[in-house]
Design a protein around this ligand. Structure first.
Ligand code: JHZ
Length: 386
């Protein structure tokens, strides 16, 4: 998918004339583990540092999902100590008493938020060194949770080894990440960007877990982030019954062909076609002198904009609720990002859904825009105007 800038590196006005660092974005599959990843990941320090802009609390959908999960956790597992890897601004740990949780968040600017709230959080990358430090200071935990983070770490063996250090033998690991099956089915190729080193299939994840004496005992499919899976995992020595859901989901992946290279070659073709069609839609609207803005400037949309070469000539500006993204410019394509003021300007005709994964939430919010005939542009499952 061409040469891409860092997906979350929003540019200040001063940085507009600098030469941004760019990287080749290629997707590959490991023929042995069947893990699908980007080729040649870049260093974590370049992506996750004290300038990280993403806040998980910026969407009601996410907040609700974390509340629902915390209710399920309390009911099913009743853990006395929970560790979250990638705690961001605390949207998940906030649902538990402060003494009950430990948060790991390497981006110091974000970790500061939960620390200020009184939570026990560490500004460290998740690895065996961090696990040993936490073990020494807190002891072992009953539950480890991680949403949209494990897929961001290259050395999965080290991630799992570190989890084995901190998790009690009868403890539970819950991880949640976008589903590869749905990514291929919905042609959401923008799930691939430098932070998303892996997009997991159950098949690939199972292989790497197996190597580390861990196994999936249940799976829950979620609508969140365009289709994610929540995997419930245990140590192999723990005798919890394995749900039939695991076998059923694995069969679904096999039936779709996730273990075959031809499936990915077909995906590559669809991605190329999608690029062509999306660009045509933008150019057609532009010819009619209609105004297009973007809604929700996401890391995912950075892949779309840069791959399809959609820049400030086609999108006037993006609106976003995240303070750290406002008054900046999109990476690579340099489209201005402004604060969302609670309504869409009257002269806007089309909205490109950068945050397509929150389509329902956005449609609910923008009823006025829809009522006056405003339209949305999306690339998934096929490029279209809705
Ligand atoms: P959203 C980030 O990806 C980065 P992104 C990361 N790599 C990852 O895996 C996922 O999150 C989990 C805005 N918005 O969640 C807020 C509005 O302005 O799809 C956000 O900037 N108005 C860690 O960036 C963006 O859209 C709204 O009404 O792809 C959504 O970003 C809503 C609902 C959102 O993640």
């Amino acid at each position: 998918m061409g040469i891409q800038p860092l997906a979350n590196n929003y540019l200040s006005y001063k940085q507009l004339n600098y030469n941004e660092k760019k990287y080749k974005l290629k997707v590959c599959i490991n023929p042995v583990t069947k893990l699908v990843s980007i080729y040649k990941p870049i260093s974590s320090k370049l992506m996750f540092n004290n300038k990280y802009p993403y806040r998980s609390s910026m969407s009601k959908t996410m907040i609700k999902s974390f509340i629902d999960l915390s209710i399920l956790i309390k009911k099913k597992f009743n853990p006395s100590k929970i560790l979250e890897i990638g705690s961001n601004d605390g949207s998940f740990i906030k649902n538990f008493p402060k003494k009950q949780t430990i948060g790991i968040e390497p981006c110091a600017n974000v970790e500061k938020i939960t620390k200020k709230m009184g939570y026990n959080t560490y500004s460290n990358y998740w690895n065996d060194r961090t696990a040993k430090k936490i073990l020494k200071e807190n002891g072992r935990v009953d539950l480890v949770y991680s949403a949209n983070t494990i897929s961001h770490i290259e050395d999965l063996d080290n991630v799992l080894k570190s989890i084995n250090i901190i998790l009690k033998d009868d403890g539970i690991l819950i991880i949640e990440d976008p589903s590869l099956l749905e990514c291929l089915q919905k042609n959401t190729y923008d799930q691939f960007y430098n932070e998303h080193i892996y997009v997991f299939s159950l098949i690939g994840l199972e292989n790497i877990l197996d190597k580390n004496n861990l196994e999936i005992f249940n799976i829950q499919n979620l609508k969140i982030h365009g289709g994610s899976n929540r995997y419930f995992i245990k140590k192999k020595l723990n005798k919890i019954k394995i749900s039939k859901n695991v076998k059923i989901y694995k069969q679904k992946e096999i039936n779709y062909g996730l273990n075959k290279i031809s499936t990915y070659k077909a995906f590559a073709k669809r991605v190329k076609n999608s690029k062509k069609k999306l660009k045509e839609i933008f150019l057609k609207i532009n010819l009619k002198n209609k105004k297009i803005i973007g809604y929700g400037v996401t890391a995912k949309s950075s892949t779309i904009l840069n791959y399809c070469k959609i820049d400030g000539k086609l999108i006037s500006y993006f609106v976003d609720t995240t303070k750290d993204k406002q008054n900046k410019y999109t990476p690579g394509t340099k489209i201005p990002i402004i604060k969302y003021n609670g309504f869409i300007e009257k002269n806007v005709d089309y909205i490109f859904l950068g945050a397509w994964n929150f389509k329902e939430e956005i449609f609910k919010k923008e009823k006025k825009f829809i009522k006056r005939g405003g339209k949305f542009i999306t690339h998934t499952p096929i490029p279209r105007v809705i």
